[in-house]
Design a protein around this ligand. Sequence first.
Ligand code: ADP
Ligand code: ADP
Length: 232
Amino acid sequence: SARIELENLSKRYPGSPSPAVDDVSMEIRPGETVVLVGPSGCGKSTTLRMINRLIEPSSGRIRIDGEDVTRIDPVRLRREVGYAIQSSGLFPHMTVAENIALVPRMLGWSRARVRERVEEMLVLVGLDPGEFHGRYPRRLSGGQQQRVGVARALAADPPVLLMDEPFGAVDPITRDHLQDELVRLQRELRKTIVFVTHDLDEAIRLGDRIAVLRERSRIAQFDTPEAILTGP
Ligand code: ADP
Ligand code: ADP
């Protein structure tokens, strides 16, 4: 696991009158799950996507274990930072196995090692490899797609995991189940996780600490679930 530091981070999209993210600073400790919670449009995804450089900040800095992310080469960044998003983001023209193998292949792992890792990841997220390996995403339920999305994000064993409403598109019962499994997984894996949601209940269930965000990702409160529930 790794430490993540956001330092005076801002993002203004071209043509937009006001910044989507305005001067956010935050430190996320190694092995900690931090949940960013706040209303739709407050800049959560933008903040998250700057960490793995899907979006470049307008100003400010991000460091992972002290290293400025702009100095980390793109392939290594994919290895260091897993990314799981709402409705799984699986590539529809690729099988489950090909989706999970994406980053390991990019890293040049051998075929045998990739194959073994795919099996391992399917077992980890509770899917039978024999049954799911060769399936296409459209032949999976929403919950199964989310599991594969998480398996893909974890495949290269990244120390950092970014999750953007990963359970947003599944029914409440499946979501409940997936949340439980993430808690269980995290006890084992101890990744540094930044998890985005608009659902305070989900934040309280998953977060070691919760950052309550207002507009432009300004931090209203950053504390443990217990402290957030008790109020200031
Ligand atoms: P959240 O994840 O909290 O819903 P976002 O980070 O997606 O918020 O969006 C923050 C703000 O930035 C919103 O006002 C949104 O409309 C705007 N925004 C997001 N992506 C873009 C983009 N690619 N171009 C312009 N504006 C964007
Ligand atoms: P969008 O926001 O339109 O879904 P993105 O630009 O975030 O698309 O990503 C395009 C695709 O690449 C998505 O399916 C996404 O899940 C995948 N992807 C992006 N970053 C990573 C990463 N670090 N590791 C694995 N897959 C990634």
